[in-house]
Design a protein around this ligand. Structure first.
Ligand code: BGC
Length: 365
C-alpha cells in the first residue's frame, strides 16, 4: 500500500532533517547538509542484512522470503543479504549498500559494537537505520522491530515448568543463546524470572553458546550432562537449533524425552515436539515482523512518523528507541497445528515419514 505519495515527498526532506536533529545527540553523527533519501521522489531503496545461516534456519527460510514479500507489497526496492556470521562482512555489505544508494539500512547485528559502527557510518552518510530483531546497544537506529523478547523467555520458562510439573523436584540446565546477542540476554532473563522462584527446581548448569553455534552447543551440553552425572531432568534451550543439539546428546545417552524448550517454530523443532523429544517452541510470526520492518522503512523514506508499539531502553546508549514489539506464542504438541494454520510451516514439510501419524492425530493436513 502506497500512501500519500505526492506531498510527502515535499515534506520528506524536512522531516528527515528534523528527525535527524532529534536523534542527533546519539553519537555525534551528523546528517550533513545533503540529507539522505530525497532526490525528488518518494521511492527509496532499503538494504537488509541478515546475520548468518547457521544460528537458526529462520533467517534464510523465513525472514528472507517474508521480507521480500513485504517490501514487494510496499512497493519498495529491497536488497537482502546475509553476513554469514562475519561482522567484517556485514560492514562491507553495509558500505556497498550505501554506495549503491540505499536510503534505509536494516541490520540484524552480530554483536552490538559492530552494529553500532555500521549505524554510525550510515548516519554519517545520511542513511537511516533500523534494528531488525536484535537491538544494537549503543547504536543509533531510528527504530527497533522485534518481539517482546523477555516474554519469549517467560514462555520458555513457563513451558519448561509445565512439561516438568512444578510439584516434582527437578534438576534443570540452561543453554543460553549467544552472549553477543542482546535477545539471548532477554530470553534468559524471562526464563529465570519464571523458573528461579520454583522451589522444587535446582539449577545445575548454565552456559551461553557463542554465536548460537549448534555444534558448540552439543559439546557444551555434553559436558554439562557428564558433569551432572546425567542428573538433568529438564533443559532450557534458547532456540530450536540448540534444542536439537541437546536432543542429540540426550539420544546418545538414551534419555531423550525429558523436557527441552526451543524457539522459532522451525520444521525440525516442531518435528522434535511431535516425536516427544522437545517440550515446546516459541512461534514468532516472522511475517508480521517483516511487515512491520517494511512499514517503518516506508515511513522513514516518506519522512513520516512510523507506527510503533512503544519504546525500548538502550541502557548502553542511554536512550529510548521507538519500537514495534510483537507478541510471541508458545507452541506445545497440542497446538502445533496453529503454526501450520498460520501458513508458517506447511503440513507437507512437517508431516513427512515418521511424523505423519502424529500429524493425523492432531488434525494437521
Ligand atoms: C533471534 C532468534 C534466533 C537467534 C539465533 C535471536 O536473536 O531472535 O529467533 O533463533 O537469534 O539466530
Amino acid at each position: 500500500m502506497l500512501r500519500r505519495r505526492t506531498w510527502t515527498a515535499a515534506i520528506s526532506a524536512g522531516l528527515v532533517l528534523s528527525l535527524a536533529a532529534c536523534g542527533g545527540d546519539s553519537g555525534g553523527g551528523d546528517a550533513g547538509g545533503d540529507s539522505g533519501g530525497d532526490g525528488g521522489e518518494v521511492a527509496g531503496r532499503v538494504g537488509v542484512i541478515l546475520p548468518d545461516t547457521e544460528s537458526s534456519v529462520r533467517w534464510e527460510n523465513f525472514d528472507r522470503p517474508y521480507l521480500e514479500a513485504a517490501f514487494e507489497a510496499a512497493g519498495v526496492e529491497a536488497d537482502i543479504q546475509n553476513a554469514e556470521g562475519d561482522a567484517q562482512r556485514m560492514t562491507t555489505i553495509a558500505e556497498q549498500m550505501i554506495t549503491e544508494g540505499a536510503t534505509v539500512l536494516a541490520i540484524v547485528n552480530l554483536d552490538s559494537a559492530s552494529g553500532a559502527e555500521i549505524q554510525e557510518q550510515a548516519a554519517a552518510e545520511g542513511v537511516q537505520t533500523i534494528d531488525y530483531d536484535r537491538l544494537t546497544l549503543g547504536g543509533t537506529a531510528e527504530y527497533y522491530v522485534s518481539f517482546d523478547n523477555v516474554a519469549v523467555g517467560r514462555l520458555q520458562g513457563e513451558g519448561l515448568a509445565q512439561c516438568l510439573g512444578e510439584d516434582t523436584p527437578a534438576n534443570i540446565a540452561f543453554l543460553n543463546g549467544s552472549p553477543d546477542d542482546n535477545n539471548a540476554t532477554l530470553f534468559s532473563q524471562g526464563a529465570h524470572e519464571v523458573l528461579d522462584p520454583i522451589e522444587n527446581y535446582t539449577q545445575v548448569a548454565e552456559q551461553a553458546v557463542p554465536g548460537w553455534d549448534n555444534q558448540q552447543a552439543a559439546t557444551i551440553f555434553e559436558q554439562m550432562y557428564t558433569q551432572a552425572n546425567g542428573g538433568i531432568d529438564g533443559v532450557y534451550a534458547a532456540n530450536d537449533g540448540l534444542a536439537n543439539s541437546v536432543i542429540q546428546i540426550l539420544q546418545r545417552n538414551n534419555v531423550a524425552g525429558i523436557p527441552v524448550t526451543g524457539q522459532d517454530a522451525t520444521v525440525e523443532g516442531l518435528q522434535n515436539i511431535l516425536a516427544g523429544n522437545q517440550c515446546m517452541t516459541v512461534y514468532k510470526s516472522v511475517r508480521d515482523e517483516a511487515n512491520a520492518l517494511a512499514e517503518l522503512a516506508v515511513a522513514l523514506i516518506n519522512g513520516e512518523e512510523g507506527q510503533t508499539t512503544g519504546e525500548v531502553e538502550d541502557s548502553e546508549g542511554g536512550r529510548s528507541v521507538p519500537s514495534v514489539l510483537l507478541e510471541p506464542q508458545a507452541i506445545f504438541r497440542d497446538n502445533v497445528k496453529d503454526v501450520v494454520d498460520d501458513e508458517f510451516v506447511s503440513a507437507e514439510d512437517l508431516c513427512t515419514g515418521e511424523f505423519a501419524a502424529a500429524c493425523e492425530e492432531l488434525g494437521i493436513s
